[in-house]
Structures are given as C-alpha cells and as structure tokens.
Design a protein. Structure first.
Length: 354
C-alpha cells in the first residue's frame, strides 16, 4: 500500500526543514516567496494534504460551520445548505451537516453525540434548524460558539442569538383562504412531528383559515418520513367513508407530500377532481407533476442567504452580542393540484379575512 505523503516527505523533497515547509504551506511569515513557491509545488506534486486535526490542536480557530438538521431527506435542507455555503465560502468557511433523524425517527442520543463532537472539534459556528434539548443548548452556548437559528425560535434566555424564518402561519392561512375560494369545505392537514417548531404555526394558520370560512380540518399525523405519511394517510382514508373524504389534503412539507401522493394513488384518486392536494415548500419538480402542485413557497434560498449573512457577522464579531429576528413572507405558487384551471365551470376566488 502506498504511503500517504507527510510533511517530512515534502520538506525532504523541497530541501527545507519541516518547520520551513510548515510555515510555507500555512502562509506564515519568515519564508521567501521563492521557497514558498517551491514547497507548494512539491506538496502539490506529492499529493500532500495538511493534517487539519493536528492543526486544530495548535490553534482553536476552525473554518467549519456545522448545520444540525432534522431529516436531510427533506428537500428544504439541500436548498438551505447550498445557499448557506455560497454565502460563507467567500469568507473561507466550509459547511457540513449532521442529521439527528435516523430511520425516520429523531434520536436524542445522536444529538448528544453530535453536540459533543462539535465542541471537541472546535467548529467555527453552528446553524440550528430545530429545538435542541435544554442541556445541549446550554452546552453550546457555554462554549461560546456562534449560533444561528433557522426556521425555529431562539430559546428563551438566549436572545443574544439571531434567527431567520418564514411566516408559516400566514403562508398556511393564505393557502387555506385560497382553497376556501374553490368551495372546499372538508380539509385535512398532514403534519410533521409536533415537537418541531414549524409544525404548530403551519397547522394553526390552516385552522384559522378554516374557522374564518366555516370549514372543517382533520389532522393526520404524518410524522417524519414519506413512509410514515403514506401509512397515516392510507389509514385515514380507509377509516373514513368515501363520501366523507376531505376535499383537500395539505402536506406540511415535501417529504409528507411524497407520502400523501403515494397514499392517494393506492385508491386511484384523481387530483384535483376527487381530492385537491397542496403542500408547504416549493420544489424544482413541482411543476412537472401531473397535475402541477400548488404550494406555499417560503423562499428557502433567501433564508439560506440571510442565515449566511448572520453567520459572517457573528464570525467577524461585529454583532455586538445583540440578536436579530428576520421573518420572511411566503408566497403562494398556485398551479393545478388545488383545482385552478381544472374546473372550467367555476373559478376560484381568494377570500380575504382581516
């Protein structure tokens, strides 16, 4: 097996001491331009990669930002992280994710292990996308790590941190009012796990629209995965007489939308003529489905960019210890799955409730 090139190999090939080679590769002073260029050229030719772990023992500084996620299968996270990376990479920081969902279930043990690892590795900052346990929140704060909260509220007592989110309540309410304009009276909400902070405002906004328009809402617990949502919706439809099936199903995220679509396909349901289907969060292939899916678009890219801007501010220590809250306004992306353009005899009207 070929031996991995070490700093000793680089220094020998470049005919310098290991001390000089180390300073040349790290960009430190005291090395001539000619020597630095020769060392870098030799290191590149040998395929030498610096030992970042060893470097971290010498310096507490890190260029790694970690995002704690809750179900990386959700399209939301891929868009969030990619836009976050664009914002922080120009400042020399890298981004990694750690997912606390295992086999569709949240794991406190994984969260505990991840938090301990973050502190041991001296990461530069942490992006929190769900409610951490009190103990882990206290631990991260106690270590003085910069924290940014995305799509979840800053815990009470930690107001020095900033947050970025969307107005899930208003977005869901707007969608409900649009559905009421179609004349739908029986609604069903397929929700993700109640412990996630985004669940309650999405459900509450939908229920507020139903109450204002004299509609009813059944609650289906879709939990954390496509499979659990598929099973939950399937059992709901089996247990409900067909004449009492909902006029519309509203999935609280794209993972649950996938499971919901799988479930209705089992019953040969035609969307939207039999049941309209809508969801929270837009996604690239929403317009390619048959019919295209109407959604609440919270502009995940904008959330990622805003979170990145907050991170850079924290990492440059110009926040002055005062947190800010940014709440973005969602937009309805109306397509055909809600019934728009599919019922020539009727035309949906947006109902406005103050």
């Amino acid at each position: 097996m070929q031996q991995r090139p070490t700093l000793h190999h680089v220094s020998t090939a470049a005919n310098v001491s290991t001390f000089t080679a180390s300073r040349a590769l790290s960009g430190s002073s005291g090395v001539s331009a000619e020597t630095r260029e020769r060392v870098i050229s030799v290191a590149t030719a040998l395929g030498y990669v610096p030992n970042q772990h060893a470097r971290s023992l010498k310096s507490p500084k890190s260029n790694v930002v970690t995002v704690l996620t809750a179900n990386i299968a959700n399209h939301y996270y891929s868009v969030l992280v990619s836009n976050l990376e664009v914002a922080i990479e120009v400042e020399g920081f890298d981004c990694v994710t750690m997912d606390t969902i295992l086999a569709g279930e949240y794991s406190q043990t994984r969260e505990n292990r991840f938090v301990a690892s973050l502190m041991a590795q001296r990461v530069a900052a942490v992006v929190v996308t769900y409610n951490l346990s009190d103990a882990n929140m206290a631990a991260l704060s106690g270590w003085g790590l910069p924290l940014i909260f995305v799509d979840c509220p800053v815990p009470k007592g930690f107001e020095q941190y900033s947050s970025v989110s969307s107005d899930s309540f208003q977005g869901s309410k707007d969608m409900g009012l649009h559905l009421a304009g179609h004349g739908y009276k029986r609604w069903a909400f397929v929700g993700h796990t109640e412990t996630w902070s985004t669940r309650r405002p999405r459900q509450a906004g939908f229920e507020a629209a139903a109450e204002a328009t004299n509609c009813t809402v059944d609650i289906i617990e879709g939990r954390n995965s496509s499979a659990t949502a598929r099973e939950a919706v399937t059992q709901y439809l089996i247990g409900t007489p067909r004449r009492r099936w909902p006029d519309v199903l509203y999935a609280s995220n794209t993972v649950l939308l996938h499971g919901t679509l799988q479930a209705v396909n089992r019953f040969n349901v035609k969307v939207p003529t039999d049941i309209a289907i809508v969801a929270f969060d837009d996604f690239e292939w929403a317009e390619m489905l048959n019919p295209p899916v109407s959604v609440v678009d919270q502009d995940i890219a904008a959330i990622g960019k805003a979170a990145g801007a907050f991170l850079i501010r924290e990492l440059k220590q110009i926040s002055q210890g005062k947190g800010e809250e940014v709440i973005l306004k969602p937009t309805l992306r109306i397509r055909q799955s809600c019934g728009c353009g599919c019922f020539p005899a009727t035309k949906a009207r947006q109902i406005e409730i103050s």
